[in-house]
Design a protein around this ligand. Structure first.
Ligand code: GLA
Length: 375
C-alpha cells in the first residue's frame, strides 16, 4: 500500500521560550527559540485513505500502530495522546480543504514529554510538514503552524495560543523568533549566548501538576474577560503607560494580576529584543527573573518546585532564571556563565534533594533549527 516514491523524513523541534509567557492568546509578543531536541517523522503516502501511526514504545509511544480512516476523523472522537495530535493535524488540513489522503507515519522523539518544552507541538508540526510535502500542498511554515494550533484547539480541545507551533515551524539556528502573535509578523533576532561568554541551562523539574489544563483555560478566560471590561480587543491593546489607569478599572485582585502580568510581559519581550540587538546579553538576566516573579505573583502559574529551581539557580550564580512554557511544573530556563551549566544544574539538584523533590533533569541549550525535511 505504501507509495515509496512519495516518502521521506522530516523533523520539528521542541522550544524554549526566552520571554513572553501567556502573551500569545492575548495577541502579544513572544521570543522563543528552537531546541536541538526534536520529533522525527518517517512518512510515506498510502493510496487507501488510512492514517497509520507508529510511535515506538522506546520513544514514549505504544507497541502497536494506531490505524484510522482519514475521512472519518472528527474532533473530540479521536485517540488520546500522541496519536491524537497527529490525527488532529490531518483533520485540520482536510477541514481547511487541503487534499490530504492516507499516510504511514513512524515517529521518534528526543523532546522530553511533559516538560513544558512543546513535545506535542513538535509532533504536530513534523506531521504537518510531512503531509504538506507528501501531498504537495505548498503551505508556508506559518500557515502550517496555524493549522497545527487549530488541531490543538478544535480537535484536541486544548485552548493554547500559537507560540509553540510557530516556534517549531519557523525558528532558525542561532536566532530567537520575535513574533507578534496578532498578525504573525516576525523577526529572527540573533541569539548566541556563547559568543558573549554565556550559556543557557534548561532544568526540567519533572513536575506536571494535574490541574494544569484547567488552570490554563481559566487564565485565558480571565484575560479575555478583563479585555472586555477594559473595552479592548485583547490585552495587548493596553499600553504600558496606561497600566495604572487600566488596573483601577478592574474589579478584583485576580484580574488586576492577569492584566499587570500580560502588559508588563509584553514590555519585557520588547526590552529583551533591544538587549539582544545591542549585544547586552548579561542585562537579559534580570529581565528573565522579573518575568518569573510576574508569572509567580501576578499570573500565578508557578509552583513550589519551579520556584525552587529558579531561586537555587540564582543562588548558584545564574544571571537570570524563569519558568518557561505554560507553568504548573515543566522547565526552568537559566542564563549562566559559560561553563557553569553543570555547577548550576547540580545546585538545583541539591536543593531538590534537600526539599525531598524527585531529581530534576538538566541540559544545555542553544538556539537550533526549526522544522525541515531531512531526506
Ligand atoms: C503553552 C501554550 C502556548 C503559550 C504558553 C504560555 O505552551 O501552548 O500557546 O500560551 O503555554 O506562554
Amino acid at each position: 500500500m505504501t507509495n515509496t516514491a512519495r516518502a521521506g523524513v522530516w523533523a520539528a523541534p521542541g522550544r524554549v521560550n526566552l520571554i513572553g509567557e501567556h502573551t500569545d492568546y492575548n495577541d502579544g509578543f513572544v521570543l522563543p527559540f528552537a531546541l536541538s531536541q526534536q520529533v522525527t517523522v518517517a512518512a510515506a503516502r498510502r493510496d487507501d485513505g488510512l492514517l497509520r501511526l507508529r510511535f515506538p514504545a522506546a520513544s514514549g509511544g505504544t507497541k502497536d500502530p494506531v490505524q484510522l480512516r482519514i475521512d472519518a476523523l472528527e474532533p473530540g472522537r479521536g485517540p488520546r495522546g500522541w496519536a491524537g495530535y497527529a490525527a488532529g493535524v490531518a483533520w485540520a488540513l482536510r477541514d481547511a480543504g487541503h487534499p490530504v489522503g492516507g499516510v504511514d507515519v513512524t515517529f521518534s522523539s528526543t523532546v522530553p514529554p511533559g516538560a513544558g518544552l512543546s513535545s506535542s507541538a513538535a509532533l504536530e508540526v513534523a506531521c504537518a510538514l510531512a503531509l504538506n510535502d507528501l501531498y504537495e500542498l505548498g503551505l508556508p511554515g506559518d500557515e502550517l503552524a496555524l493549522l497545527c494550533r487549530r488541531a490543538e484547539n478544535a480537535y484536541i480541545g486544548a485552548p493554547t495560543g500559537i507560540m509553540d507551533q510557530a516556534a517549531s515551524a519557523c525558528c532558525t539556528p542561532g536566532h530567537a523568533l520575535f513574533l507578534d502573535t496578532r498578525d504573525l509578523s516576525r523577526r529572527h533576532v540573533p541569539f548566541d549566548p556563547a559568543a558573549h561568554g554565556l550559556a543557557l541551562l534548561v532544568v526540567d523539574t519533572r513536575v506536571q501538576h494535574a490541574h494544569a489544563d484547567g488552570e490554563y483555560g481559566r487564565r485565558r478566560a480571565g484575560c479575555e474577560a478583563a479585555a472586555r471590561t477594559l473595552g479592548v480587543r485583547a490585552l495587548r491593546d493596553v499600553p504600558h503607560g496606561e497600566l495604572p489607569a487600566a488596573l483601577g478599572r478592574l474589579p478584583d485582585a485576580d484580574s488586576r494580576g492577569l492584566v499587570r502580568h500580560v502588559v508588563t510581559e509584553n514590555e519585557r519581550v520588547l526590552r529583551a529584543v533591544d538587549l539582544l540587538a545591542a549585544g547586552d546579553l548579561p542585562a537579559l538576566g534580570p529581565v528573565l527573573t522579573a518575568g518569573h516573579a510576574s508569572l509567580r505573583d501576578d499570573f500565578r502559574v508557578s509552583c513550589p518546585e519551579v520556584d525552587l529551581a529558579v531561586t537555587a539557580a540564582l543562588s548558584a550564580g545564574a544571571l537570570g532564571a524563569r519558568m518557561t512554557g505554560g507553568g504548573f511544573g515543566g522547565s526552568v530556563l537559566a542564563l549562566v556563565a559559560r561553563g557553569a551549566e553543570e555547577a548550576v544544574g547540580a545546585a538545583v539538584a541539591a536543593a531538590f534533594a534537600e526539599a525531598s523533590y524527585a531529581p530534576p533533569h538538566w541540559f544545555g541549550a542553544a538556539a537550533s533549527a526549526g522544522a525541515r525535511r531531512l531526506s
